[in-house]
Design a protein around this ligand. Structure first.
Ligand code: HXC
Length: 511
């Protein structure tokens, strides 16, 4: 009996070595952890339960016979807990056939995807792989297809997070692309459909892997990645932090954590956040940090479309999604990038029942050929669509400008805002005073005194929250220092919000 038990331990030890010590050393030399080390860091201590440790590939072509089998077949799968909450994980093991995806490797991932769906718990994929197992041909492509289909079926049901911690090329890129979030590790990870060699052959461009698909590209230009971290350890700790904000599934409701931050806390410094000069910027993140519990804010896509800020925080211990125009960048204008960034975030929050708090200071949509040619109408419509469709609690605070169509888009009363507040400094109008006067009093343009008088008249009448408040478009004009308390009370009141949308197969979001 003892013999048999010992044999199991030997088999396990052998499987844990993956592609062998030399390849593990090479992995470490590159500044990367191994798949199992990563899983250990992601999960609570001793909570990880591995599945399918002894699975081997079934290929026989190209020398893939008995001698070329490694238990586990290039992916570590299982479940465990992160801060006590169940999480499923698969981690590509680069030391085994470069983490490439074979038929059996894909079956292991599918099993975990199916289990995560049955248990209605989040799934995290850690990527470090060379794409399709070349020796397996279409069996590998079929495996990818099975994984993709499951990604789509799970979308909006359980949170799916992808973390790129090494190469992620070919077939490996599309599963992350269909998950909710993608994070990368700086310098050691890259993502592309076709690598530098193919690019050179097809387009004659000479680029490095980093230039083509490194974290710097995907967090700032393509917006494929929602964030990048310095190294494996920091990255995995931040994923644990993110998981703490997320519901287990679309029906579970937001997690509640103990909060030591009084919801009655007034912040007098907010009364002077808005500069006297309406064209002077200020940092909207200051408001988010002062409203959120303990100033804890998990920002997403921080390096892309910085004119809008998105991320998770908590109020009274419960997760909220913050969306806020950022006056520090392009005066907080809505452009195509900002619209699609915020639209995706709003849709995630709505899918998972996370209330949305929107802070508005927006001078309008960005004019110009670059924007119009780039599809501003469709991209702006994505955000409008996302907010209009949302049935989660929507609490909106206009701090300063809410001009033109952007007023409507930013969770206004008209498209579903439940509680719409404005600070006394709010300016809610079709446009700013200068532009408005130049259009409606064109005949007076040659007379500076008349124009000045008209401008003053326009500012006094329209550049305040009261015209909107008189119509009930704003529920209440609130003191800036009371924002946390007012938002917290509104969210508490809306906790049981229920809205029924008409039945349909699905909507037709302007993609
Ligand atoms: C089988 C692979 C492999 C693959 C790497 N390996 N990729 N084995 N299939 N796709 C193996 C190598 O043979 C090597 O084995 C080990 O993994 C490490 O690879 P290296 O090349 O030594 O490592 P490195 O220099 O770091 O380069 C990593 C890499 C490179 C950039 C990922 O390996 C590479 O370019 N691989 C091929 C990528 C690719 O073209 N994949 C197919 C994409 S097509 P040993 O035994 O020497 O350690 C695709 C289509 C799917 O995915 C579409 C579905 C929709």
């Amino acid at each position: 009996m003892k013999d048999i038990l010992e044999k199991l331990e030997v088999r396990r030890e052998n499987a844990r070595l993956g592609g062998g010590q030399a390849r593990i050393d090479a992995q470490h030399k590159r500044g990367k952890l191994t798949a199992r080390e990563r899983v250990e860091l992601l999960m609570d201590k001793d909570s990880f339960e591995e599945f399918d440790m002894f699975v081997e590939h079934r290929a026989t072509d190209f020398g893939m016979n008995e001698g070329a089998k490694i238990p586990g077949d290039g992916v570590v799968t299982g479940w465990g807990t992160a801060n006590g909450r169940t999480v499923f994980v698969f981690a590509k093991d680069f030391t085994v056939f470069g983490g490439s995806l074979s038929e059996t490797h894909a079956l292991k991932i599918q099993k975990i995807q199916d289990m995560a769906m049955k248990a209605r718990a989040p799934i995290v994929g850690l990527f470090d792989a060379g794409g399709a197992r070349i020796q397996e041909g279409v069996a590998s492509l079929g495996g990818y297809g099975e994984v993709f289909k499951r990604n789509v079926i799970a979308s909006g049901v359980i949170p799916q997070i992808s973390v790129i911690m090494g190469p992620c090329a070919g077939g490996d890129v599309y599963s992350p692309a269909m998950t909710d979030f993608i994070f990368m590790v700086k310098e050691t990870s890259y993502m592309f459909v076709t690598g530098p060699d193919v690019v050179k052959t097809v387009t004659n461009e000479i680029v490095t892997a980093e230039e083509l698909g490194g974290a710097s590209v995907h967090t700032t230009r393509s917006a494929i990645s929602d964030g990048a971290f310095e190294n494996d350890v920091e990255c995995l700790l931040q994923i644990r932090r993110l998981l703490d904000f997320l519901p287990a599934n679309c029906a579970a409701g937001v997690p509640e954590w103990p909060s030591f931050d009084d919801i009655e806390r007034a912040d007098e410094s907010l009364d002077t956040l808005i500069p006297d000069n309406p064209n002077k910027p200020y940092d909207i993140k200051e408001l988010i940090l002062k409203v959120a519990d303990e100033g804890d804010f998990f920002e997403l896509s921080a390096a892309f479309a910085k004119n809008i800020v998105t991320g998770f925080g908590r109020i009274a211990g419960r997760t909220v999604g913050f969306v806020a125009n950022q006056p520090m960048v392009l005066a907080g204008v809505l452009d195509s990038d900002a619209s699609r960034k915020a639209a995706r975030f709003v849709r995630f929050c709505d899918a998972f029942g996370i209330p949305i708090v929107t802070f508005v200071d927006v001078p309008g949509f960005l004019p110009g050929t670059a924007q119009e040619y780039g599809g501003l109408i469709k991209h702006g419509a994505k955000l409008l669509f996302a907010y209009s469709q949302a049935t989660v609690p929507l609490v909106t605070v206009i701090t300063r400008k809410a001009f033109g169509g952007a007023y409507d888009v930013m969770a206004s009363k008209h498209i579903g805002g439940d509680v719409n507040y404005a600070w006394p400094t709010a300016q809610i109008a079709v446009m700013g005073a200068k532009g408005a006067v130049e259009i409606i009093f064109r005949a007076d343009i040659g007379d500076p005194a008349k124009i000045a008088a008209r401008t003053k008249e326009y500012e006094d009448r329209f550049l305040s929250p009261f015209v909107a408040a008189e119509r009930g478009y704003i529920d209440e004009v609130i003191m800036p220092h009371a924002t946390r308390r007012r938002v917290a009370r509104a969210l508490a009141m809306l906790k049981g919000k229920q809205v029924e949308l008409p039945g349909r197969k699905h909507d037709n979001l302007p993609l």
